[in-house]
Design a binder for this molecule. Structure first.
Ligand code: CP
Length: 310
């Protein structure tokens, strides 16, 4: 694995290896890299979870994190994304984590650099590291994907999380359903749509999405209560979910819009577990990229452990 920019590039075997490596790192820990390595997190869009869990993952692995804030950088003097990234490469950075508002620019960037690039979210494109932590959360719950029914619910059209998860879950053998207000359906995705009332009764996983106001062309005036009642997870709908079914949401959550606030921390919600899982999933991605790129080569029993668990 040279870069981690799209979940579409990964086979079922590669996805399972990464999920199991993430799980193993969480259970058993991992040695820090024995030599000085730098990571740079280039975020051109706001982030709390993704950026901070990358910082925790990088520091836990012993990497030094180069502080970059686009609003205080030479981006303000007109420097391009390519020149910014090339600068970090020239400084000896071993890993670039990039979030950008434009679809596909991170893929293009990764093809122009010699160091590993991780997509931390590109416009409406993909969010593959969020996807890996979501897969880890589902795997820890059910120990399988085959035969599971997963409903992805909300602003499908503008969501990179929906795309990465739908591709990966179907690669892994889960049945994927989408549920959305008519205007936010995306018919380029080859998955059936389902009403929220059917989704809650029939699915093992209900994955809710935030309304991506920042990606809408037209300003939307939305009555939150009305949206929740028509398309969201209300307390009444949660009661109709099967006993074993779980709730996921990539967050940030708009409480009272896509989900009733009281359900965010209810017994079947795994929303904060997803955030914890973000650290080990991101450690696994970094570890694999630096290992496959020959950037760190220290002996570590992690390879043996993950080979055994495959
Ligand atoms: N889930 C997610 O990407 O959250 P942040 O925008 O806070 O990183």
């Amino acid at each position: 694995m040279k870069n981690f920019v799209s979940i579409k590039h990964l086979s079922k075997h590669e996805l399972l290896q990464l999920i199991k490596l993430s799980d193993d790192i969480q259970r058993n820990g991992i040695d820090r890299f024995p030599k000085q390595l730098f990571a740079a997190n280039l975020f051109f869009e706001p982030s709390t979870r993704t950026k901070m869990s990358f910082v925790v993952a990088e520091r836990t692995l012993g990497m030094e994190v180069l502080d970059f804030m686009s609003e205080r950088s030479s981006v303000q003097k007109g420097e391009s994304l390519y020149d910014t990234a090339k600068t970090f490469e020239s400084l000896g950075t071993s890993l670039l984590v990039v979030r950008h508002p434009k679809d596909d620019v991170i893929q293009e960037l990764s093809e122009q650099l010699s160091i590993p690039v991780v997509n931390a979210g590109d416009g409406k494109g993909e969010h593959p590291t969020q996807c890996l932590l979501d897969l880890l959360t589902i795997y820890q719950e059910f120990q399988k994907f085959s035969g599971l029914k997963v409903a992805i619910v909300g602003d499908i059209k503008h969501s990179r999380v929906a795309k990465s998860n739908a591709y990966a879950l179907s690669t892994l053998g889960a049945q994927v359903f989408l549920s959305s207000k008519h205007e936010w359906q995306d018919h380029s995705l080859p998955y059936p749509y389902m009403d929220i009332d059917d989704a809650v009764e029939q699915c093992d996983v209900v994955m809710l999405l935030r309304i991506q106001h920042e990606r809408h062309h037209k300003h939307l005036t939305l009555n939150n209560q009305d949206y929740l009642q028509k398309y969201g997870l209300t307390q009444e709908r949660e009661k109709r979910m099967p006993p074993h079914a779980i709730i996921l949401h990539p967050a940030p959550v708009n409480r009272g819009v896509e989900i009733d606030s009281a359900l965010v921390e209810c017994a079947r919600s795994r929303i904060f577990k997803q955030m914890s899982n973000g650290v080990s999933a991101r450690m696994a991605i970094i570890y694999r990229l630096l290992q496959d790129g020959g950037i760190h080569t220290h002996a570590n029993n992690i390879n043996e452990r993950s080979a055994i668990s495959r």
